[in-house]
Design a protein around this ligand. Structure first.
Ligand code: URA
Length: 192
C-alpha cells in the first residue's frame, strides 16, 4: 500500500493517459485525511487545472452552500475526482481515461478508508456505484458495499445550470447528515 506522499508523487508524475499532455496541473484530492466522508466528482475544471485544487470554481461555491447546510466545512471532508487531470473543453472523461486514473482513487480510498462515499454527479455514480446509474431517479438513495456506505447527489454544476435541483440536493445532504450521525451513534453506544 502506498503512502499519501507516494500517491501525490505518482499523480504529479503521471503519464498514464493523454490528459497528461494537455493538463497544466494534476488535481489530487484535498481535505481532511482523517475524514469520515469522501466526496468524489468527475474531473477538474479549468480553474482547478490552473490552481491544482479541486472545486475552486463556481461549482465549488455551490458545494460549499450544500456543505454549510449540514454544518460541514471543506476541512471536515475529503474531496476528490475520478480523473485527476482536466479534460480539454470540459468534456466528460472517457471510459479509458477513468480506468487509467482509477488506481489513484483506490489509493486515496484505502488510505482514508471513509465509512461514507458520496458521488457528485452521474459520471462518478456510474463508475463507483453502477454503470446504469440514473442520477435523476436514484440520487439520495444509499447502498452498503465492501464496507462503504455510498450515495450520489446531483453534481454542483448541474445545480448551477438548473437551480430547481438545489432544494432536492439539500434534502439529499440531510440524508448524509443522518448517516454520519447514525455511524457516530454506533461508534459510541450508550454505556448503560
Ligand atoms: N467539477 C468537478 O467534477 N471536479 C472539480 O474538481 C471541479 C469541478
Amino acid at each position: 500500500m502506498y503512502t499519501w506522499e507516494q500517491t501525490e508523487q505518482m499523480i504529479h508524475n503521471c503519464q498514464r493517459c493523454s490528459l497528461s499532455r494537455t493538463r497544466n496541473l494534476p488535481v489530487m484530492g484535498r481535505g481532511n485525511r482523517a475524514a469520515k466522508i469522501m466526496f468524489v466528482a468527475e474531473a477538474p475544471g479549468a480553474q482547478e487545472d490552473r490552481q491544482g485544487v479541486p472545486f475552486v470554481g463556481p461549482a465549488g461555491r455551490v458545494l460549499d452552500v450544500l456543505l454549510t447546510s449540514i454544518q460541514l466545512k471543506r476541512q471536515d471532508i475529503y474531496l476528490t475526482n475520478i480523473v485527476k487531470c482536466h479534460p480539454p473543453a470540459n468534456r466528460n472523461p472517457s471510459p479509458a481515461e477513468q480506468e487509467a486514473c482509477l488506481p489513484f482513487l483506490k489509493c486515496e480510498t484505502l488510505l482514508l478508508h471513509p465509512p461514507i462515499i458520496v458521488c457528485l454527479g452521474r459520471i462518478a455514480a456510474q463508475k463507483l456505484i453502477a454503470p446504469q446509474y440514473k442520477i435523476s431517479r436514484q440520487h439520495g438513495t444509499w447502498i452498503f458495499r465492501k464496507g462503504y456506505w455510498m450515495t450520489a447527489v446531483y453534481h454542483p454544476s448541474a445545480i448551477l445550470r438548473d437551480s430547481s435541483k438545489l432544494e432536492e440536493t439539500k434534502q439529499d445532504f440531510q440524508t448524509i447528515l443522518r448517516k454520519l450521525q447514525e455511524l457516530e451513534d454506533q461508534a459510541y453506544p450508550p454505556l448503560i
